[in-house]
Design a protein around this ligand. Structure first.
Ligand code: FMN
Ligand code: SF4
Ligand code: SF4
Length: 250
């Protein structure tokens, strides 16, 4: 079983590629609350985007509430998809799973287009396609490593874990939903509310309203709006463009 949490599809695509190679199944973490009964030799995988150099909040909550019944010879791995710097995501995953008594055999990372568009630019389709092409090579290597049950923290560009109080503070500030705003182009279709993994949006008078103070800041609402009406922060998101992984649907 390979669990994934995605905003724009990158992590789902990586989970699917691993699953098709090793003959396993993928499962979104959203609204999943069953007990996981592992079979002998079965793989337990996790794939998610990197949020401020660490595990995104909803994945952390999911692992914290996860109920796994292990068998023998299981192999647990975590893949951090990232755009620029995965930080200490691998070590964070190891510690978070260890608290649940799950020993992480390996952690990996895959570089894909950086969906943090308050800073990063995704408006050039050629540059985005080039990044996704490079990611293909990394994904091919990754699936072989999972197949061979490679051990250890294989995450690239690692940062030491001791900086986490700083980045946690940054994440808690950036994940405040007060940073979102809606432009007049909104047609009130409600897609953002239906797709939000945190159920943080409701539609009022044909406009999205954020009902939670904080969310997992996956930016799915911003990148999937059919009118590109949702923006974040100081307005750079409009010029930096929308992104959805071209190989899968969220
Ligand atoms: C709120 C937020 C924070 C992010 N923080 C980081 C980061 O710290 N380091 C990084 O390399 N990429 C960061 N990214 C980029 C994503 O991790 C990356 O684009 C990922 O592949 C997106 O995966 P998804 O399509 O499954 O959501 C961030 C993206 C978002 C939305
Ligand atoms: S998805 Fe976009 S157009 Fe539809 S309700 Fe949300 S903001 Fe408006
Ligand atoms: S409000 Fe937007 S960014 Fe926050 S969790 Fe929902 S879809 Fe993701």
């Amino acid at each position: 079983m390979i669990f994934y949490f995605t905003g724009t599809g990158n992590s789902k695509y990586v989970a699917e590629r691993i699953a098709e190679t090793i003959g396993d199944t993928v499962q979104s973490i959203e609204d999943y609350s069953q007990v996981v009964h592992l079979k002998d030799g079965e793989v337990l995988g996790f794939v998610s985007y990197t949020a401020w150099f660490q595990i995104p909040p909803l994945m952390r909550e999911f692992i914290t509430n996860l109920n796994v019944v292990p068998a023998t010879d299981n192999y647990a791995f975590y893949v951090a998809t990232y755009g620029t710097m995965p930080g200490y995501h691998g070590e964070d995953a190891r510690r978070t799973l260890a608290k649940k008594g799950i020993r992480l055999d390996a952690s990996f990372s895959v570089r894909q287009p950086d969906t943090w568009t308050p800073i990063f630019e995704l408006s050039d389709p050629v540059a985005v396609a080039r990044t996704n092409e490079k990611a293909e090579a990394e994904i091919r290597e990754l699936v072989v490593k999972v197949q061979n049950r490679v051990q250890g923290n294989q995450t690239s560009r690692r940062w030491p874990y001791f900086i986490h109080p700083v980045t946690e503070w940054l994440l808690s500030r950036q994940s405040q939903t007060k940073h979102f705003y809606v432009e007049d182009s909104c047609i009130g279709c409600g897609l953002c509310a239906r797709r939000c993994p945190e159920h943080a949006i409701t539609i009022k008078d044909k406009r999205p309203v954020w009902t939670k103070k904080q969310c997992s800041i996956c930016l799915r609402c911003l990148h999937h709006c059919p009118k590109f009406s949702i923006q974040y922060g100081d307005g750079k998101t409009k010029q930096h463009g929308q992104y959805r992984n071209p190989h899968t649907k969220v």
